[in-house]
Design a protein around this ligand. Structure first.
Ligand SMILES: Nc1ncnc2c1ncn2[C@@H]1O[C@H](COP(=O)(O)OP(=O)(O)O)[C@@H](O)[C@H]1O
Ligand SMILES: [Mg+2]
Length: 360
């Protein structure tokens, strides 16, 4: 008798989909990907790929009918698309988490409502809202951001209390913005949590993240942090995952302030760049957790067997790979992107070290 193998559908066909598809293959699970671009990183390793827009119902239906369960690797899939597919097949994580994390106002409001602190913020719909917020919050420096579609620092501008509100508002070309008090942080960290259908969860991190030009540059584990910081960060991620009834994986980006507070910054309702090291340093990676949890399998053990530093290969970094091919402990991952562009994530390298020796 033939045993039934699961087929997982993934919306979005970038590197996160690619790494989930590779993890799925190890578990004997087939992946069908759906995305707008031909020759994409995930398409190269998927059993089948559908090229189409996220609003093409006919194609979306054919895709949904070809799989057992659907997930996504990209948070800007329209919520309506997820709701449409949910009528045909289960989608994890569900539309609610996606909707919350697609908009920086609903994201921060939700976090605050469940008791997870963030920087102070205000919703902005006009220049006068900026002036009012600055006078209410009373801080010197702010970051003004678009509420949707921002990534790698795009759709953000610094606003100082003394700056002209109209000018700052005009820079972002949107009628819905968020003004956030600029956090004078000691460091940036993240935690990744996987949670299965039985509510069992597994947590990676905290990772210590360093950004360059607003793009993640390195993630280091273990992060040299006060143990209390780690405990608090993990507690926030678990609280969030339980509150939204997560089935899948989410990443929570946070700031550690100079006085030891932890402020949540962003939710990624998917695998996260700061967790790529888990492929090489853990027996179960974040990508395998993603596949397991959305396919109804139990969450796995997240304990790392090695210390790791993950470095993103951005743009032309991939033209200078010799040192990594020769480096001890270096695990190279290239995403097969055909075009190298400034600021584009082309791959990453994880350098492993024995855990007990720590880093450096
Ligand atoms: N309120 C803030 N205070 C200080 N730095 C910030 C703040 N918001 C964002 N940043 C910096 O900008 C980076 C990108 O912002 P983020 O909100 O994570 O947007 P995205 O990652 O979607 O571009 C953060 O990792 C952090 O370095
Ligand atoms: Mg971010």
């Amino acid at each position: 008798m033939k045993s039934h193998s699961i087929t997982l559908g993934i919306l979005g066909s970038g590197q996160l989909g690619r790494m989930s598809a590779l993890a799925a293959a190890e578990l004997g699970i087939r992946v069908h990907v759906y995305g707008p671009d031909k020759d994409s990183p995930a398409e190269h390793v998927a059993a089948k790929s559908y090229i189409g827009s996220y609003t093409d119902k006919r194609k979306l239906k054919a895709f949904a009918n070809s799989v057992d369960v659907v997930s996504y690797e990209f948070e800007n899939i329209p919520v309506e698309t997820i709701r449409y597919i949910q009528k045909i097949k289960p989608v994890y994580p569900d539309d609610r988490l996606l909707e919350i994390s697609q908009n920086r106002i609903s994201e921060k409001k939700y976090l605050n409502d469940i008791g997870i602190p963030t920087t102070r913020w205000a919703a902005i719909y006009s220049p006068s809202d900026i002036d009012k917020a600055v006078s209410d919050l009373g801080a010197k420096n702010y970051i003004l951001k678009t509420t949707r579609f921002g990534y790698d620092g795009k759709g953000q501008t610094v606003h100082r209390a003394s700056d002209n509100a109209k000018k700052s508002f005009g820079k972002l070309h949107s009628n819905e913005l968020i003004l956030e008090e600029m956090v004078d942080f000691k460091c940036e960290i993240s935690v990744i949590i996987a949670r299965d259908k039985n509510g069992k969860s597994a947590i990676y991190g905290p990772m210590l993240n360093v950004h360059r030009n607003h793009i993640l540059h390195t993630s280091t584990v273990p992060a040299k942090l006060d143990a209390k910081v780690g405990t608090k960060a993990k507690r926030s991620a678990r609280k969030l995952a339980d509150a939204v009834g997560l089935i899948g994986v989410l990443g929570l980006e946070m700031f550690v302030t100079r006085d030891g507070r932890i402020l949540a910054n962003e939710i990624a309702p998917r695998t996260h760049n700061s967790g790529h090291w888990t492929i090489d340093a853990c027996s179960v990676s974040q990508f395998e957790q993603h596949v397991r949890t959305v396919c109804g399998l139990p969450v796995g053990n997240p304990t790392p067997h090695s210390a790791a530093v993950m470095t993103n290969l951005i743009g032309n970094d991939v033209k200078n790979m010799k040192k990594y091919y020769e480096m001890k402990g270096a695990c190279i991952h290239l995403y097969g992107k055909l075009l190298t562009r400034n600021g584009r994530k082309m791959g990453h390298v994880t350098v492993l070290k024995p855990l007990r020796a720590g880093l450096k």
